[in-house]
Design a protein around this ligand. Structure first.
Ligand code: OOG
Length: 254
């Protein structure tokens, strides 16, 4: 474990990178971090945001697609935190100038209607979910050129920068629905099955991570289950995610 002062200093560095829209080199260039250090930096970063008045709205998962895990050479998902400052209304506007080099991913969102008891051994997290929606996640790594290690990206709150949730619907089977992401001149087709062979598996993986990392999962939290396709650059104009049988969600970038 690195020193507490170093954790605070690295959280400040990442926070400043976001606030001043100025990228920063990989922490791994100068520090040897383990995964515990990385989650401690993430927690310190979120504490700074909370001190500025940002409210927690839920959690997001990353590296839930096998393709992304393979690309990163890892076999474990990552968890980041969502706040109200990241939330954009469906069909709403975001200013690109807020971000360093934003990308966007199509996702499935779950709504937790009950607190999840992460201490009980037989918790059924799926039973705590009472709505599901199509979503877009804006990722904006604070690292130069999106060049980061596994620990770096955890420290950087898993690149979380924004999210948009479509209309909530009652829980339905979302394990293999066609997905279409459209933005600028790019169109990407995929399936929700790319999310750990079905987003419900992502919920189980989240429960496991929440237990190990002491992350509370509360009634009213949004869970973003991870990307269903590769990310595309967020460009001026409308970006849409359409999930067959679940609906569509869009954001306008200016
Ligand atoms: C890390 C975040 C990845 C996902 O769904 O896999 C992520 C990144 O690529 O910047 O959110």
């Amino acid at each position: 474990m690195i020193a507490t002062e170093t954790i605070g200093a690295l959280a400040t560095r990442l926070d400043n990178a976001q606030t001043y829209v100025a990228d920063t080199p990989s922490l791994a260039d100068t520090h040897t971090l383990d995964i515990e250090d990385a989650y401690a930096i993430q927690a310190a970063l979120l504490a700074r945001r909370a001190a500025r008045g940002e409210g927690s709205t839920g959690v997001k998962l990353g590296f839930t697609s096998r393709a992304k895990m393979a690309q990163m050479g890892v076999s474990e998902i990552i968890v980041g935190r969502l706040t109200d400052a990241m939330c954009v209304a469906d069909g709403g506007e975001v200013e690109l100038a807020r971000f360093i080099h934003p990308k966007v991913e199509p996702e499935v969102a779950f709504w937790l209607a009950q607190d999840v008891d992460t201490d009980a051994p037989d918790t059924d997290i799926a039973a705590c979910v009472d709505a599901v929606a199509p979503a877009l996640e804006i990722i904006d790594s604070r690292y130069r050129d999106f060049r980061f290690t596994y620990e770096d990206v955890v420290a950087d709150n898993t690149s979380a920068a924004g999210y948009v949730i479509g209309a909530w619907r009652p829980v339905q089977d979302v394990s293999a629905l066609p997905v279409r992401l459209h933005g600028g001149s790019r169109e990407i087709l995929g399936s929700t099955a790319a999310i750990l062979d079905g987003p419900s598996n992502a919920l189980c993986a989240l429960l496991d991570m929440a237990r190990r990392r002491g992350i509370p999962l509360r009634a009213g939290d949004v869970v973003l289950a991870g990307a269903a396709t590769e990310a595309i650059p967020l460009t001026p104009g409308v970006t849409t995610c359409e999930i067959t049988g679940l609906g569509r969600v869009s954001v306008r970038s200016v």
